[in-house]
Write a protein that binds this ligand. Structure first.
Ligand SMILES: Cc1cc2nc3c(=O)[nH]c(=O)nc-3n(C[C@H](O)[C@H](O)[C@H](O)COP(=O)(O)OP(=O)(O)OC[C@H]3O[C@@H](n4cnc5c(N)ncnc54)[C@H](O)[C@@H]3O)c2cc1C
Length: 498
């Protein structure tokens, strides 16, 4: 069979992880294709919570305003007692807005709407998902990956320099690589269904029999739609009736109410909860991201968010290495993201246990993913120990700064885009960084382009922060260390080698 195409990256799977990677590669000008075996986009609500850290990423990718407009905020919860009375509670702890944290509550948007917004963004960047196209086999070697696809047009062979398996929990790519996926079945199986119903108002997330895993049913209005999402644990064996009549009977039996009438079911599924983590995220030129690398229960709304953040971590590294940066940069993907998934697995399981015991759906700061960082990464370099602000590996928080004419400026506006950013205190400009492709230098100080009167950056005593394209502090430097800055950039930016 003729090789019909040669590309840099083939993304297998157009769920949230694959689409995030596609948008990131598209804005970096990398040649890629993204395929999905589905005939058309998936239509179920599935992961509906977008955590604050993911909202920051969506801002960088240019979709946050649309995501917010398409979705909404979580309504308060109503827990009904046997006698029909109820108590109300909020899902997450209220926390005040601060300059450093522009997004501070989880958003609700059904996954099919999130993915629709992502595909729109991808189209703006000149790409589209190839649906009805299945990865059927691949062979990988030192020079690249030979891939076979089956689509409506027949079989196709392409040569890619890298293959990314974003192909979900039953990943074909993971299977071909024979990567172990150890973990455990959690002994919980549940229905999730998107339904149209009457009898409940849309201002609350209604929950009946909280704490009783045999009779619990939770019914949540899905922001951005006229639908409700029904979730209910079911026995491990058997075929629950997922028709409108069957679900209406189940709700009537568990809620003890005959006034909730189901009109239609637009999507319904049963799934057994598992917690599993791939032994490796990289084999040569092949990577795993998203559910292909880790699966966990939906408690805490972490699955989709962790998947998006895998892609966001890998995208800039792939683009840099494709442009000549050292290959070791790609090893840092697994090094950084696998421990995060291990932690998230533990958190989701703890929340699931809490749900069993006392209906513990309340979510705290740990679910927001704002405190995730890579302090132990081989990419994190901390020369400047006196700095009071963020340290190497920390998420770079936002800050409200002022321009030379007193105009307000957000730090995140400087970071938005595919580049690295060196934030240097006023006297650091000349010695620390000559202009180079892929690096933006921002000077902060009393006579500089930006001022930080409240010392939100923690740079009052000088120094430099080097921020990675994915918004984490890569390194901190003294102001008089241009050789160290150069040496660091040579590991991550191809132009620094030239
Ligand atoms: C029933 C259910 C309920 C969930 N509820 C929640 C929740 O409440 N909160 C939460 O955070 N997460 C939830 N999740 C998890 C969340 O949906 C996933 O974490 C998220 O979809 C992961 O995104 P992904 O892109 O990695 O994988 P997926 O969304 O699974 O996408 C993988 C894609 O790869 C495609 N594919 C597979 N094999 C091939 C192949 N050989 N060739 C081409 N394409 C292929 C598939 O068609 C699919 O579109 C739920 C998942 C399920 C299934």
């Amino acid at each position: 069979m003729e090789v019909r195409d040669e590309i840099d990256v083939l993304i297998c799977g157009a769920g949230a992880a694959g689409l995030t990677l596609a948008i990131d590669l598209a804005r970096r000008g990398v040649s890629f294709r993204i395929i999905d075996r589905l005939e058309r986009p998936f239509g179920g609500s599935r992961g509906k919570g977008i955590q604050p850290r993911t909202q920051e990423i969506f801002e960088d990718l240019g979709i946050i305003d649309r995501i917010m407009a398409a979705g909404g905020v979580y309504p308060p919860m109503r827990d009904y007692r046997e006698d029909g009375s109820f108590v109300e509670k909020t899902m997450s702890e209220a926390r005040p807005a601060s300059p450093g944290i522009p997004y501070f509550i989880a958003l609700m948007i059904p996954q099919f709407l999130t993915e629709r917004v992502m595909r729109e963004r991808l189209a703006e960047l000149g790409h589209e998902v190839e649906f009805a196209s299945t990865l059927t086999s691949f062979e990988h070697g030192e020079g690249g990956v030979s891939v076979r696809l089956q689509s409506r047009d027949g079989e196709e062979r392409i040569e890619a320099r890298y293959l990314v398996g974003a192909d979900g929990g039953r990943s074909f790519v993971r299977g071909v690589l024979a990567i172990d996926f150890p973990g455990k079945a959690l002994g919980v199986r549940a229905i999730v269904a998107d339904v149209s119903l009457t009898g409940l108002d849309r201002d609350y997330w209604h929950q009946f029999n909280v704490g009783d895993m045999e009779r619990l049913v939770a019914i949540c209005p899905l922001a951005g739609t006229d639908l409700f999402q029904v979730q209910a644990p079911v026995p491990l064996e058997g075929d629950p009736d997922l028709s409108a009549e069957g679900l209406e009977r189940m709700i009537a039996g568990r809620a003890g109410r005959s006034d909730i009438a189901l009109r239609s079911v637009s999507w319904a599924s049963t799934y057994a909860m598992n917690a599993r983590l791939a032994e490796r995220y990289r084999v040569g030129r092949v990577f795993l991201i998203g559910d292909a690398a880790h699966i966990h229960p939906p408690t805490g709304g972490q699955g989709l968010n962790t998947s998006v953040q895998d892609a966001y971590n890998l995208g800039w590294k792939l683009a840099a290495v494709l442009s000549g940066a050292p290959d070791a940069l790609l090893d840092a993907y697994e090094e950084e993201r696998r421990p995060v998934a291990a932690d998230v697995l533990g958190l989701s399981i703890r929340l699931l246990d809490g749900h069993h015991e006392q209906g513990g759906m309340r979510r705290g700061r740990d679910t927001h993913q704002l405190d995730i960082g890579y302090p132990g990464s081989s990419l994190s370099y901390h020369q400047r120990v006196r700095l009071s602000g963020p340290r190497a590996g920390d998420r770079m928080h936002d800050a409200t700064l002022t321009g030379a004419a007193g105009q307000p400026r957000r730090l995140f506006d400087m970071l938005t885009g595919p580049h690295w950013t060196l934030i240097a205190s006023e006297h650091a400009y000349r010695p620390v960084a000559a202009a180079r492709k892929g690096l933006r230098v921002v000077m902060v100080g009393e006579a500089a382009e930006l001022r930080d009167p409240a010392n939100q950056l923690g740079m009052a005593d000088g120094g430099c922060l080097l921020i990675r394209p994915d918004g984490y502090v890569g390194a901190t430097f003294e102001t008089d260390s241009p050789d160290l800055v150069d040496r660091y950039l040579a590991r991550v930016l191809p132009s620094a080698n030239a």
